[in-house]
Design a binder for this molecule. Structure first.
Ligand code: NAP
Length: 285
């Protein structure tokens, strides 16, 4: 498994497993167990996914040494200030049944992110979290946090997939030595990404699926990826991406697919912000 060194020296597997929208806890536990048995060591959950307990049970049952796993969770907007974030961190640890988290992220760039960041910084210094980062932060928000804080984020988890390649944002984050972690690396299947002919043509040469080509393309851009699947066969397929390499021309062909538009929501749109704060998850405690 390829790993990436974060700006605080901690190593993170470059390919991991995400559990967004796996709300059935039995299914989530089984999916994480299957993922670990398939070789995944990085698991990405969040308070807002409401499945931290299932992830924790799978971790325990897997029998894999805690130090060999890399567990990420995220603080939701309902906890986005100093006092609430302190509690939010403890809640995530309790839900997961862990003494420490490998990484904890501010899930969205809303609310009192600076206050919440101070709480994450304290937990980091106390050894409760090995690395702290952010998610869905634009370049200006990231720069602001960097300049106004003692500890720099290690990661910015943002949407990156063939339809929304985020070339500028990826370059900015990487230039700041903040690793980009791609969410929705398959755009959740939108616009028939799994059968797209341009991607399939590249895959044919290596006998690889569209999913495998997309992951390989992200890995070669220096991006950390966390695909989700509840099917073990697909987990195995998505993990089997370290025995081929896309050529420069193939990387350029992938670059032409960019629609330059989020496949989900614009984090700058006031309506999105209203929806996020207005959702039932905003009351999550
Ligand atoms: P994704 O990984 O782009 O796509 C998941 C979808 O692709 C599922 O419907 C899955 O179906 C299907 N799939 C997976 N592998 C496949 C394969 N080999 N062939 C065909 N279909 C396949 O979407 P995502 O779950 O939204 O993103 C990944 C992770 O990123 C999440 O789980 C979460 O951890 C994180 N995330 C973070 C944020 C954030 O704001 N920070 C937002 C979204 C997601 P099955 O499950 O039925 O196989």
């Amino acid at each position: 498994m390829d790993t990436v060194k974060l700006n605080n020296g901690v190593e993170i597997p470059q390919l991991g497993f995400g559990v967004f929208q796996v709300t059935d806890l039995k299914q989530c536990k089984q999916a994480v167990l299957d993922a670990i048995n398939s070789g995944y060591r990085l698991i990405d959950t969040a308070a807002a996914y409401q499945n931290e307990t299932a992830v924790g049970e799978a971790i325990k049952e897997s029998g894999v040494d805690r130090k060999d796993l890399f567990i990420t969770s995220k603080l939701w907007v309902s906890d986005m200030n100093y006092e609430r974030a302190k509690k939010g961190i403890e809640t995530s640890l309790n839900n997961l049944g862990l003494d420490y988290l490998d990484m904890y992220l501010l899930h969205q760039p809303y609310g009192d992110t600076n206050g919440a960041w101070r709480a994450l910084t304290e937990a980091y210094k106390a050894g409760k979290i090995r690395a702290i980062g952010v998610s869905n932060f634009y370049a200006d928000q990231l720069k602001d946090l960097e300049l106004s804080s003692e500890v720099k984020p290690v990661v910015n988890q943002i949407e990156v997939n063939p339809w929304y390649q985020q070339k500028q944002e990826v370059a900015f984050n990487q230039g700041e030595d903040v690793k980009v972690e791609a969410w929705a690396p398959f755009a959740e299947g939108k616009h028939d990404v799994f059968t797209n002919e341009t991607i399939a043509e590249i895959g044919k040469k290596y006998n690889k699926s569209n999913g495998q080509v997309m992951l390989r393309w992200l890995l070669q851009r220096g991006i950390i990826v966390i695909p989700k699947s509840v099917h073990q066969q697909r987990m195995i397929e998505n993990f089997d991406v370290f025995d081929f390499k896309l050529s420069d021309d193939e990387m350029k062909t992938m670059a032409t697919l960019d629609k330059n538009e989020s496949q989900f929501f614009d984090h700058r749109d006031p309506t999105t912000i209203e929806q996020i704060f207005g959702s039932s998850l905003a009351q999550l405690k």
